[in-house]
Design a protein around this ligand. Structure first.
Ligand code: NAD
Length: 254
């Protein structure tokens, strides 16, 4: 059971995949965890799984008013906010560019980039008066290298890296550190859905990645935990690739 006065973290999209691994990691580290997800009932069920003192709530990160209400509810219910992890995301962008609509492109920006901006702004309203906090956002290697057919997704994730730098520059002296993680392929329901639809080839991914496998969600959660912790007290404004060496590997093979 979480202690009444322990730190509070909020993770968006925390009902599944990487977000759920992050929720578990912070709960194990003594945080009271708020899970905000499009699927409110799933978020509540996950919070119950973590035990007493945690909170699950419905929130679509693409809806500004819902994000503001979710952050306010966390602050009211749990009394503080120390860490925000912007994780909510979708992966329905992998289709040929000529078949992509502007609406589709905009939806990627709304969920990933605007959602991260609005949640960070709302979290800062709670964190700044208390002297600070930490924000960690999920970018992607798709924001660092060109992956075909991921236009909106890649642009949104590159935008998250730029946003991370500008927020870090603005809030550093006021005690908020802002960082991002750029995962490679992680075995989550999102990636399994792409695999089922034949949109990605995990065999080819495994051959391409120097570490020779996909990541486990827990391997991303550990880096989120580090970036939000006092161990990273002089780290701000960066994006850490956690991609099994994918973006470091430029040649065709050995
Ligand atoms: P997932 O599909 O397994 O889980 C995503 C969660 O986010 C779900 O619980 C879903 O309900 C929730 N969600 C979706 N849209 C939402 C919205 N509008 N508002 C609130 N919640 C919403 O995904 P995942 O693989 O765990 O990915 C998590 C994050 O990591 C995403 O931002 C994704 O882009 C990023 N990422 C994933 C991978 C990967 O290989 N899995 C790689 C790089 C980056």
């Amino acid at each position: 059971m979480a202690q009444q006065d322990s730190p509070v973290m909020l993770v968006t999209g925390g009902a599944e995949g990487i977000g759920w691994a992050i929720a578990r990691r912070f709960a194990a580290g003594g945080h009271r965890v708020a899970i905000a997800d499009l699927r409110g009932e799933a978020a509540e069920a996950r919070a119950r799984e973590l035990g007493a003192g945690h909170l699950g709530l419905a929130c679509d990160v693409a809806q500004e008013a819902q994000v503001a209400a979710a952050v306010a509810r966390v602050a009211e219910t749990l009394g503080r906010l120390d860490v925000l992890v912007n994780n909510a995301g979708i992966a329905d962008s992998i289709q040929p560019t000529l078949e992509q609509s502007g609406e589709h492109f905009g939806r990627q920006l709304d969920i990933h980039l605007k959602g991260t901006f609005v949640a960070s702004r709302e979290a800062a309203r709670v964190m700044l008066p208390r002297g600070g906090g930490a924000i960690v956002s999920l970018a992607s290697m798709a924001g660092m290298v060109g992956l075909p057919r991921r236009n909106g997704y890649g642009a949104a994730k590159a935008g998250i890296m730029a946003l991370t730098r500008s927020l870090a520059a603005e809030w550093g002296r006021r005690g908020i550190r802002v960082n991002a993680i750029a995962p490679g392929y992680v075995r989550t329901p999102l990636v399994e859905a792409l695999e089922r639809e034949g949109k990605i080839d995990t065999g080819a991914i495994t051959r391409r990645a120097p570490l020779g496998r996909l990541a486990r969600p827990e391997e991303i959660a550990e880096v989120a935990w580090f970036l939000a912790s006092p161990a990273a007290s002089y780290v701000t404004g960066i994006t850490v690739p956690v991609d099994g060496g994918w973006t470091a590997f430029g040649a065709a093979g050995d």
